[in-house]
Ligand binder design. Structure first.
Ligand code: PGA
Length: 260
């Protein structure tokens, strides 16, 4: 049986007013199931990081950011550096979310620089990978994911992986925000493939220690069956993470999954 802990992360995307973000964080702090074995991260927009961080301070929940720029400081209007995020006690940073790849046209080589700078800043990088519907239909899922991993993870120091600071999130683009969830079997197949690729780069032992999350229309009702798959080690949740009852239910599902 694996010793990997579940990582449940709520990606709030570009949602919520300041007041609503505060209300959601406060609601989750109250609802957090005591003794939950899962690691939990809240990932609000940059402008809500400080307020949410203050609310969850002292709780088992950690703070995450949706993006970061790779330069340390300087004339990069609109960007936020890893140093600035670390100052706010951010521990997780998403890299290459499909909305950044497809809407903002971020390339694998840019994402690699971002990922390396997150790791150099002593935070945990969550590299998101996944295929579009056309790519799945064209039987390209593995080659797309392999390319994203190969470029995204180039030059990653083994030490960061040993410290548990590399997380992969498999998020099929066709399942994000669409209400379509990959079946647990579909997700497991890709997660296993990802772990094999990680083994190729970092060795079998280290690959076994890396948390691989699934994301794409996850709900309280689907969380348990996804988490019961051997290579699914957590969930990256968008829409359902904006509802206290749903997100708390997903965290609770992590307490019972893989018990067998
Ligand atoms: P969703 O988003 O749960 O709303 O599909 C997941 C994600 O994009 O991380």
């Amino acid at each position: 049986m694996s010793t990997r802990k579940f990582l449940i992360a709520g990606n709030w995307k570009m949602n919520l007013s300041h007041a609503k973000a505060v209300e959601l964080a406060q609601g989750l702090v109250k609802q957090f199931p005591a003794g939950s074995p899962a690691q939990v991260a809240l990932i609000p927009t940059f402008v809500h990081l400080e307020a949410v961080g203050a609310i969850i301070k002292g709780s088992p929940m950690k703070l995450g950011a949706q993006d970061a720029y790779f330069e340390k400081h300087g004339a990069f209007t609109g960007e936020v550096s890893c140093e600035q995020l670390a100052e706010l006690a951010v521990q997780y940073v998403l890299v290459g979310h499909s909305e950044r790849r497809h809407i903002l046209h971020e390339t694998d080589s840019l994402l690699n620089k971002k990922l390396l700078s997150v790791l150099a800043g002593n935070m945990t990088a969550v590299l998101c990978v996944g295929e579009t519907l056309d790519q799945r239909k064209g039987n390209q899922t593995q080659s797309v994911v392999q390319t994203q991993l190969q470029h995204g993870l180039a030059g990653v120091p083994t030490g960061a992986v040993e410290q548990g600071r590399l997380v992969i999130a498999y998020e099929p683009v066709w399942a994000i925000g669409t209400g379509l969830t990959a079946t647990p079997e579909q997700a497991q197949e890709v997660h296993q493939f990802i772990r094999e690729r990680l083994a190729g780069q970092f060795g079998q032992g280290l690959a076994q220690s890396v948390q691989i999350q699934y994301g794409g229309s996850v709900k309280k009702a689907s969380a348990h069956s996804l988490l019961s798959q051997p290579d699914i080690d957590g969930l990256l949740v968008g829409g359902a993470s904006l509802i206290v009852e749903e997100f708390a239910g997903i965290i609770a599902a992590a307490a019972t999954a893989k018990a067998a």
